[in-house]
Design a protein around this ligand. Structure first.
Ligand SMILES: [Fe+2]
Length: 206
């Protein structure tokens, strides 16, 4: 935490990214996504989310340390659980699939925690998930969570942080139809916006 504060004040990196268990290379992740996800639209969404997440990581990396490998692999595979279910448990299911292929806990958590803005342990139980927190904690987890809410299916451009909240509202209209505009989804969507606001503030820090 102290290092993070200093990094923010000084604009320099004081630590190396956390060491993680090596993951299978990106090419294997692309092949795995194609093996599990046959739907073209979901594949395009995963690729668009990856581009967007890497763009956000690039913008934030001026101020904080971000592990680009984790962001790239986690974003590409974030919806692999939709091979089994499209409901809110697809993040958890996706994490289980990736454990089978020996992805690191860091990638598994990115995938498990990307749905809406994540869920508290209490919310998780209501949704039929194990009783533990599914809220994004690391920058990599938060970046993929936010990028997923910004990505339109064929996104391939550059958007500025100032427009992120507006883009998220558009995506939430779609997600409200899928999941319902009720608790705990509403709280979870607010949480995702909160992450985006923190990132917008970070990019504007001098
Ligand atoms: Fe998803």
């Amino acid at each position: 935490m102290l290092n993070q504060c200093l990094e923010l004040k000084l604009g320099i990196t004081l630590k190396t990214p956390p060491m993680t268990i090596p993951n299978p290379p990106l090419q294997k992740a692309q092949a795995l996504l194609r093996q599990y996800i046959e739907d073209d639209e979901i594949q395009k969404h995963c690729e668009a989310t990856q581009r967007k997440a890497l763009q956000i990581a690039q913008q934030l990396s001026v101020k904080i340390t971000v592990n680009f490998d984790l962001v790239g692999i986690g974003a590409l595979l974030h919806d692999i659980g939709r091979a089994r279910t499209h409901d809110v448990t697809h993040g958890y299911v996706g994490g289980q699939i990736l454990e089978l292929y020996e992805y690191s806990p860091a990638v598994v958590k990115i995938v498990e925690r990307h749905v809406l803005g994540g869920f508290t342990a209490e919310e998780a139980v209501l949704l039929g998930l194990p009783e533990r927190s599914f809220i994004p904690e690391t920058w990599e987890e938060k970046i993929v969570c936010v990028a997923d809410k910004l990505g339109i299916y064929d996104w391939d451009g550059i958007t500025q942080p100032q427009s992120w909240l507006e883009e998220m509202e558009n995506r939430f209209s779609e997600l409200k139809k899928r999941y319902g505009a009720s608790e705990p989804f509403f709280s979870s969507m607010e949480r995702a916006k909160h992450f985006a606001v923190a990132m917008i503030r970070l990019t504007s820090l001098k």
